[in-house]
Write a protein that binds this ligand. Structure first.
Ligand code: IMP
Length: 425
C-alpha cells in the first residue's frame, strides 16, 4: 500500500494518540522492508486485529506481523527490557517468527524499574495522568546526561558502577517526594545481567542499517507513537509525553536525515479522544461521550483507562498538519459514527469572545476556549463493509470531504473497522 513515489514514509498520530496508527501501519507495512519506532516506549499500545486474533504491541513495531519486515527500535526510543522481551516472547508463543527480525539501536536508552518508581513520585506532584511506565524519568535522565543506553550492557562492570550512582540518586528523590518505596541495587544488577545477552544479540547501529537500506532502495516506514498534541514541544504542555512525537522526531529518533523522508501520513480518528489529563476542547456532553466510548471501545490499550471522547477538532488537525508537514491523512474509525443523527465538527474556538483559528501555546487558554461547531448530517448506515469511497453513503462522503477541506490535507485512507481488510485506500 506504499504509494509508488514514496520510499520513506512517516506515520504520525495527529490528535492525542490512540488514532489507530497500529492498524494503519500494519496495513501499509505490507509493502515495507523496515518498520521503525523512533520515540516513546512501552507507554504506547498499538492494537492490531488479524482474523480473530488481537495483538497489542507496545514497543515492537506493528510491522512484526508481516513476515518479511525487519523491525527497528531507533535511538529515540526508551526501552524497558523486561516489557520488550515479554512482548517478543508472547509474539513467538503466538506463532509470529521474530528471530532475526528485530534490531535495537545501541544508542536507545533503557527504562529501568527506578524510572517507574520516579514516575509514580512525579505523578504525586504533577498529576499529568501518565501511563506510569517510567517514560518521563527515562527521558529526563537522557537529557540530563545520566541515562543508561542499550550499548552500556557491553561492559557490565562499568554499568554496575553507574547503577550504584543512579539508584542512590533515585532513592534520594523518592525520599524527597515522600514515597515509602525504594529502588533496590541488587534487583537492578540482577536485571541488567539477566537481559544483557539478549539485548546484545539485537543491538546494532540502526542509523547505519537504515542508511544502507535507503541506499539500496528499500522501503522504510517510520511509526510514530502517541500523538502530535502529546509532543513535548508542540503538544498541550505540560500535559504531554516526554518525546517529540511529531515527524521531525522521526529523523532524530531514527538517525536518518530529514531529506530522506518523502511523505508524512497523519492518522486521525473521525472524532477525538484523549487519555490522561489536560484540555480536550471538543469533549462531547455526558450522553454522547458515553455513546462514543461504548461504540468506539475507547479504553486505553496499555492502562485500560476510559478515554475522554469528543468531536473532530479541525483546529487540532490543521495544527498537526502544520507542525508535521503532513502530506496525507488517514481517517480511522469512521464506522463508530454510523449511528449518530448529527455530527458536530469543531471548526474554530472562541476565547474571551474572540475567534481563534490557531492552537494557543498556553494550556490555560486552551482550557478556556469554547469550540465553534458546524453540524454535519449523520449517515445512519453501516459503513463497515465499504471498500471504496463510492461505496460510502453520501453523507459520509460529505463528512470526509469537509474534514479534508478543514485540515487542508487530502485524505488517502479511511478505516471502517478494526479488521485488516476494513480499509478504503
Ligand atoms: P507518559 O508518556 O506515560 O509520560 O504520559 C504522558 C501523557 O501522554 C499522558 O497524558 C498519557 O495518557 C499520554 N500517553 C502516553 N502514551 C500514550 C498513548 O500511546 N496513547 C495515548 N496517550 C498516551
Amino acid at each position: 500500500m506504499f504509494d509508488a513515489n514514496v520510499r520513506c514514509l512517516v506515520v504520525v498520530g495527529s490528535q492525542w494518540g490512540d488514532e489507530g496508527k497500529g492498524k494503519l501501519v500494519d496495513v501499509i507495512s505490507e509493502g515495507a522492508d523496515f518498520v521503525v519506532r523512533y520515540q516513546g516506549g512501552a507507554n504506547a499500545g498499538h492494537t492490531v486485529v488479524i482474523g480473530d486474533s488481537q495483538f497489542i504491541l507496545r514497543l515492537i513495531p506493528s510491522g512484526i506481523l508481516h513476515p518479511t519486515t525487519t523491525c527497528v527500535l531507533g535511538n529515540g526510543v526508551v526501552l524497558d527490557p523486561e516489557s520488550f522481551f515479554s512482548e517478543l516472547d508472547v509474539l513467538s508463543e503466538r506463532g509470529i517468527a521474530t528471530e532475526g527480525r528485530v534490531v535495537i539501536s545501541d544508542r536507545a536508552h533503557l527504562v529501568l524499574p527506578y524510572h517507574k518508581l520516579l514516575d509514580l513520585a512525579e505523578e504525586k506532584r504533577q498529576n499529568i495522568g501518565t501511563t506510569k511506565r517510567g517514560i518521563g524519568p527515562a527521558y529526563e535522565d537522557k537529557y540530563g546526561r545520566r541515562g543508561i543506553r542499550v550499548g552500556a550492557v557491553r561492559d557490565l562492570a562499568a554499568l554496575e558502577l553507574l547503577l550504584v550512582d543512579r539508584i542512590r540518586r533515585a532513592n534520594e528523590q523518592l525520599a524527597l517526594a515522600g514515597m515509602t518505596e525504594r529502588a533496590s541495587l541488587d534487583e537492578h544488577v540482577a536485571l541488567v545481567r539477566r537481559v544483557a545477552p539478549r539485548l546484545l544479540a539485537l543491538a546494532a547501529d540502526t542509523s547505519l542499517a537504515l542508511h544502507r537500506a535507503i541506499k539500496a532502495g528499500k522501503r522504510i516506514l517510520l511509526e510514530g507513537a502517541q500523538g502530535s498534541l502529546l509532543d513535548v514541544d508542540h503538544g498541550t504542555y505540560p500535559f504531554v509525553t516526554s518525546s517529540n512525537t511529531t515527524a521531525g522526531g522521526a529523523s532524530v529518533g531514527a538517525g536518518i536525515g530529514p531529506t530522506m523522508i518523502d511523505g508524512v501520513l497523519g492518522v486521525v480518528k473521525a472524532y477525538t479522544t484523549r487519555v490522561g489529563n489536560g484540555p480536550l476542547p471538543t469533549m462531547a456532553d455526558d450522553v454522547m461521550e458515553e455513546e462514543l466510548r461504548r461504540i468506539g471501545h475507547e479504553f486505553g490499550a496499555v492502562t485500560g483507562r476510559p478515554r475522554r471522547c469528543g468531536w473532530f477538532d479541525a483546529v487540532v488537525v490543521r495544527y498537526a498538519a502544520r507542525v508535521n508537514g503532513l502530506t496525507a491523512l488517514a481517517v480511522t474509525k469512521l464506522d463508530v459514527l454510523d449511528s449518530f443523527d448529527r455530527i458536530p465538527v469543531g471548526v474554530s474556538y472562541l476565547l474571551d469572545g474572540e475567534r481563534l483559528d490557531e492552537m494557543p501555546a498556553d494550556v490555560t487558554a486552551l482550557d478556556r476556549v469554547t469550540p465553534v461547531y458546524e453540524m454535519m448530517e449523520g449517515w445512519k448506515t453501516d459503513t463497515g463493509g465499504a471498500r471504496t469511497l463510492a461505496a460510502l453513503p453520501t453523507a459520509a462522503r460529505v463528512y470526509l470531504d469537509r474534514l479534508q477541506e478543514l485540515a487542508e490535507v487530502p485524505i488517502r485512507y479511511v478505516s471502517v473497522g478494526t479488521r485488516r481488510d476494513q480499509i478504503i485506500g
